[in-house]
Design a protein around this ligand. Sequence first.
Ligand SMILES: Nc1ncnc2c1ncn2[C@@H]1O[C@H](COP(=O)(O)OP(=O)(O)OP(=O)(O)O)[C@@H](O)[C@H]1O
Length: 346
Amino acid sequence: MQASGVELAGINCLFGQTPAIRDIDLMVPKGEFLALVGPSGAGKTTLLRVIAGLEPGYTGRLSIGTRDVTRVPARERNIGFVFQSYALFGHMSVKENVAFGLRVRPWRRRPARHVIAQRVRELLELVQVAHLANRRPGQLSGGQRQRVALARALAIEPELLLLDEPFGALDPLVRKDIRSWLRGLHDRLGLTSILVTHDQGEAIEVADRIALLRDGALEQVGTPEQLDRHPVNAFVHQFLGESVRFEATVRDGRAIPHLLEASAIPVALPDGPAVISIRPYEIGLRGGEGAGTVLFARRIGAFTRYEIDISGRVIEALAPAIDVPLSPGARCTLDLSRAHVFGVAA
Ligand SMILES: Nc1ncnc2c1ncn2[C@@H]1O[C@H](COP(=O)(O)OP(=O)(O)OP(=O)(O)O)[C@@H](O)[C@H]1O
C-alpha cells in the first residue's frame, strides 16, 4: 500500500447558515492511526466526508501526501472507506463486492480479470473470510460483514483509510476483537487511518492520537496520554473518562471547592471562578471526622467503590481496597489534590 499523510488547513463547512465544521487545521502523518471523537453532532462524520470528497461545499485546503486534493472529486482521491451504514451490495457475492472498486475503474486503470481475482483472494485471506467468498452479505455475521467491507475498501490500495463507526453494530466482545485485529492490520500494511468513534475507550485503546471535536471545532489533538494528563479544559477531561466535577473559586493561588469540605488545591491560575475535575480513582478518602458520609461501599477486585454524601450531593470514589474499608455511615473528608483545575473565563 502507498500510504500518505493528510493535511487539513482552514477547513470550514456550512450547512445553510450553520457551520458544521469550523477552522480545522489538522495534520495526520503517514502511518498514523487517528481517532476522531466528540459528542453527537460535533461534526465527526462531516469532517470525514470532507476528507473523502463527499461534502462539496467546504472551504480551505486539503492535501493527501504531496497532492492538493481540495478540488479533486471523491473517486480520484484514492481513499478507502468503511462506514457503518455503507452496506455491502446484497445481490453480489462477497468476492464480487470486494472486486467492485477495481471493476468500475476506467478501462485504462482497470487491472486484468485474473489480476483482480488474485487480489480479491489475497484480501479475503487477509481479512480472514476467504472461506466465505461465494456467500451473499445476507448470509454473514455482522463481524464478517465488516471484514468484507474492509477488504472492499482496501482493494483499491488506498492512500488513506477512513472508518466511520465501523463497529457500531457489533456486540462488545466481537468489537474488541475486531478493533485490535484492525490495528494490527493497519500496522502490517503501513496504512494511514482515521477512525470516527463514539467510544472513548475504543479511541484510547486503538489510536496513536485522538482528535476531539466539539461544535465543529477541534478542542485538542494529542496522544491518549497527553489528553488524559494535560487536558486543555474541563470538557476534554470529562469527555475522556468518568469524572467528578466541582465548582470552585481561585484565590491567591489556591482553588477552594464550593459547598465542600475538602482542602484547597494549589494552582497557577488567576483569581476567579474555576472548575475542579477529578477521576473517581483519584479522589482520596480519609476516615474519621469530616463533612462526608459513606452511603455505600463495595469491594470490586483491588478497589472499593464508595458512594459518599457530601453537602447533599452524592459522589462516587474508587479507592484501593484496604483491609478495613470505611463502612456505610462512617464520616470522611475528601482529598482532591490529584484533580485538574481549570479557570473559567468570567
Ligand atoms: N446534510 C446535512 N444538512 C444539514 N445539516 C447537517 C447535514 N449533515 C449534518 N448536519 C448537521 O451538522 C452537524 C454535524 O453533524 P455530523 O453528522 O457531522 O456529527 P457527528 O459528530 O458525526 O454526530 P454523530 O456522532 O451523532 O454521528 C450536526 O449539527 C448535524 O445536524
